[in-house]
Write a protein that binds this ligand. Sequence first.
Ligand code: CUA
Length: 155
Amino acid sequence: MKMHLDEKIWLILSFGMIMLFTIFTGYQTFVLGLGPPSNMETIDPQKVEETAPFDAPGVYEIGENEYEVVMILEIFRFNPGDIEIPAGSTVHFTMTSKDVIHGIQIAGTNMNAMVTPGHIQTITQTFHEPGEYLVLCNEYCGIGHQHMATTITVY
Ligand code: CUA
């Protein structure tokens, strides 16, 4: 097969770039340990409501300006919803799904996570500014997906 020199150069360049990115990502994940910190804990999705801490979903004050939110995501709601916390609070979310893959995204923050059945997702977010934060499911989860929303009110 006859190949132009230009073609060869571009093939080598693009293959080299792919290798470079692969090595870089692998180095970050396995050497520097920068892989996703969550999804390490598993749970039986059939028994979410009987398994602690999900047998008591809710908002718990665990310290000064520090809260834990134990949350179940299910079609098509966040349990608990309509959360209220004081400004400056650090909130540790512990979440799982009872049925299908959901997402949780809080508008105006960096918080954005996938919540999959069988796994426990943990993520921490500090809310400095008072206001009403829109919480959305951002993984298509079924016919009522667009109604899966709630708010976090920071007062
Ligand atoms: Cu839950 Cu989309």
